[in-house]
Design a protein around this ligand. Structure first.
Ligand SMILES: Cc1cc2nc3c(=O)[nH]c(=O)nc-3n(C[C@H](O)[C@H](O)[C@H](O)COP(=O)(O)OP(=O)(O)OC[C@H]3O[C@@H](n4cnc5c(N)ncnc54)[C@H](O)[C@@H]3O)c2cc1C
Length: 434
């Protein structure tokens, strides 16, 4: 490969890189996208729920040909102890709309489709090409990349780093710190295949409808983490993830946790008769707002997971990735149109756009939550147990009057945590959620 020059180079072909490359190609820029995988999506793992709004802002017609599995009509939130779950279910016919709001997807198929749209818009994609280094000029401005292809030096006016959570290019170049084990979760996931009609009767669905379950509690064995179960057309995605710091501290194995989750009496019946065909493991940036690195500099921008843009409380990542990719792309298209250089001063408008959007507003809103959960493990272990115990006491009819049952619940809560502890925890949650 010889030296070539592009308006922009995008490192990575996940949702953030595809959104950036698509926006710039549509804006008439000469865009090169580099992906280390054999094809876009081959290295990617996601649950996965697609939030339509973020994609619709890029491609209003995406529903015409995107590989979508089911539109979500029911959300279940489960607080689990070893034998039970206390849940909140929200199911609504209003989600059966012309343009549904959330879909389950399979990332390998979805990323491939997205990438085809990016190439149709005019971007050039090179797969099996790993960016190994950022090139800089004498004034330390980023002017291109080096790749693992022989002689692979490529020049551009700006480089967008969309390389995901463990993006080594940005780390090696000193644009952001190495990942800290307390800021990143390790998630493992399996795909369980079942006939379409079995999934629909098991979850009470009609053609195309889907259910998603988010779960927390003793299933993570005192570690900070969550589990999920999503219905696809002919499969169920199931997974669990906890902070890397917690896995190191406890010595628990991620697959051990997943096996225990699958065997839980609330989960096992949902998987009966299924055939497991795929396993995967991936990191998720969960450090929140305080872990967001510098997002731009002379000749570079960082988007998506590489920028730590994940809202772990609401399990949103791909929409923040696509939105940040789109905003980075729009910033560059604007600068090109006005013939202004892609220097730090001009690229700052990317950060401003993010700050004014739901992306940074939500990241900021939950900035205290990672620390709250990391330092207060009772929320993910003790309280799910107490909740289950309380439900058991109330719902079991055994000749005890209800007033005495209420007293028993209060007594067991006080003896588990103490009145001060309970009030302190309520205060901590209220402060973190403000
Ligand atoms: C188990 C799991 C479940 C999840 N569930 C959901 C969900 O339900 N909904 C949701 O919205 N989000 C979910 N997420 C988060 C979501 O997957 C991410 O937020 C999203 O994929 C981030 O997109 P991205 O483009 O920034 O990074 P990625 O999707 O990680 O893409 C980065 C790309 O860059 C490539 N790359 C890396 N380094 C280089 C290099 N040096 N050179 C060339 N290419 C490189 C990689 O191969 C990859 O294709 C989940 C994540 C996990 C792990």
């Amino acid at each position: 490969m010889t030296e070539e020059r592009f308006d922009a180079i995008v490192v990575g072909a996940g949702p953030s890189g595809n959104a950036a490359a698509y926006t710039m190609a549509k804006g008439g820029l000469n865009v090169l996208q580099l992906e280390r995988g054999e094809y876009p999506g081959s290295k990617n793992v996601q649950g996965a729920i697609l939030y339509a709004d973020a994609l619709e802002r890029l491609m209003p017609d995406f529903r015409d040909d995107a590989p979508l599995e089911r539109h979500v009509i029911e959300q279940r939130l489960w607080m689990m102890d070893d034998a039970s779950h206390t849940g909140m279910h929200y199911r609504s016919e209003m989600f059966n709309e012309d343009k549904p709001n959330r879909y389950t997807i399979i990332r390998a198929q979805f990323d491939r489709w997205f990438s085809r749209r990016v190439r149709d818009a005019g971007a050039i994609l090179l797969c099996e090409t790993t960016v190994t280094e950022l090139l800089r000029d004498t004034q330390d401005r980023v002017i291109g990349v080096r790749t693992d292809r022989h002689g692979g030096t490529l020049l551009a006016d700006v480089v967008i780093l969309a390389e995901g959570v463990n993006g080594l290019t940005g780390q090696t170049a000193g644009l952001r710190d190495e990942l800290k084990p307390k800021d990143v979760a390790l998630a493992v996931k399996e795909m369980h295949f079942l006939p379409e009609e079995v999934i629909e009767s098991r979850f009470g669905l009609r053609g195309g409808e889907g259910v998603v379950i988010e779960a927390m509690g003793t299933i993570t064995k005192g570690m900070t983490g969550t589990a999920f179960l999503y219905t696809n057309r002919e499969s169920i995605s199931i997974g669990i993830g906890c902070l890397v710091d917690d896995f190191t501290r406890t010595g628990q194995s991620p697959y051990g946790l997943l096996d225990a989750f699958k065997a839980h009496p609330s989960v096992a019946p949902l998987l009966v008769g299924s055939e497991v065909k795929e396993y995967a493991a991936h990191l998720i940036p969960e450090g929140g707002y305080n872990a967001v690195p510098k997002l731009f500099g002379d000749g570079w921008l960082v988007v998506g997971d590489a920028a730590h843009l994940v809202n772990a409380v609401h399990r949103e990542g791909s929409n923040l990735a696509m939105t940040s990719g789109r905003m980075a792309g729009e910033t560059i298209v604007r600068l090109k149109r006005t013939r202004e250089p892609c220097n730090a001063a001009n690229l700052a408008s990317y950060r401003k756009a993010l700050d004014e959007s739901f992306v940074m507003k939500d990241m900021k809103k939950y900035r205290k939550v990672p620390d709250l959960l990391f330092k207060n493990r009772q929320f993910l272990d003790l309280y799910p147990r107490l909740l289950s115990q309380a439900a058991q006491t109330i719902f079991r009819v055994d000749g005890t009057d209800k007033k005495s049952k209420e007293r028993e619940i209060m007594r067991s809560m006080r003896s588990a945590r103490g009145l001060r502890g309970l009030l302190g925890d309520v205060y901590k949650v209220a402060r973190a959620w403000r």
